[in-house]
Design a protein around this ligand. Sequence first.
Ligand SMILES: CC(C)(COP(=O)(O)OP(=O)(O)OC[C@H]1O[C@@H](n2cnc3c(N)ncnc32)[C@H](O)[C@@H]1OP(=O)(O)O)[C@@H](O)C(=O)NCCC(=O)NCCS
Length: 235
Amino acid sequence: MDSRCFAGGKVLLKGALFVPGAIDCGIFKEVVSNALANELSAMHFIKQRYVKRFRMELDLRRWQRPRIGLPLDYRLVGWNPLLVPHHAKVKYESFRGEIDAQVFPCLGKYEGCQKLMSEIGKKEGFVPEATWLAEYIGAGPRKAEYCGTIQAVRSHRGRANIQNIGVPPLHRGRGIGTALILAALMGLDYVGVPRVRLEVTAENAGAIQLYRRLGFRTIRTLYKTVELAPAATPR
Ligand SMILES: CC(C)(COP(=O)(O)OP(=O)(O)OC[C@H]1O[C@@H](n2cnc3c(N)ncnc32)[C@H](O)[C@@H]1OP(=O)(O)O)[C@@H](O)C(=O)NCCC(=O)NCCS
């Protein structure tokens, strides 16, 4: 198999991967499935892959406001620009090694998370009321540690997007993610946002389950091109 055939761009057709370069050189005329395409990526034949993502939405006008319940040894901390480095650190600890750090490489690096957080905080549509940190206070005030992060940014037509919710592995499964999302939704409701959206990688089944449980519904399927790291591409 000649790897040069796979060096061209790719076009996605209904969940499958089509490789124009392969047609050009007259060797491979079939549509290659996503799974095979990703396998080929792993074999270093292609430099990109497509990642399936869902856009989900919740209508806050029909939302039954549930109570926010947190374990006793956790609390939520509202937005303050001085907290940017803490949001960035928690984001990094939450996303490193996860699927979204491959989809958005900046999430897999502390510096990337710091840049992202300071940029989000300066955006025109940034909603401080919907931006929270979770803090673990169970080991005493001197050993308090931040352990969850969420932000929201207004988009067009009054809508807003919830972004980059993260809880580090040690603190997962205790309701922190749920509490962060509910607090963000309450903040968005407070400032009059009617609809809230988010995007999630289809492989992230746990997060999708969490969003569905809270009332988000899928409104669109998207495909994002992901560049493979240079070390994983042929020389
Ligand atoms: C998604 C995430 C924020 C959930 O945080 P959490 O504090 O564990 O969430 P909660 O305890 O409130 O809820 C747990 C629920 O989420 C699901 N879940 C999501 N990711 C999970 C994970 N990695 N481990 C365990 N449960 C997970 C569980 O199925 C559970 O559902 P259930 O309550 O219906 O049984 C956290 O797993 C995380 O930070 N993941 C990595 C970053 C990420 O992918 N963020 C989402 C980007 S769209």
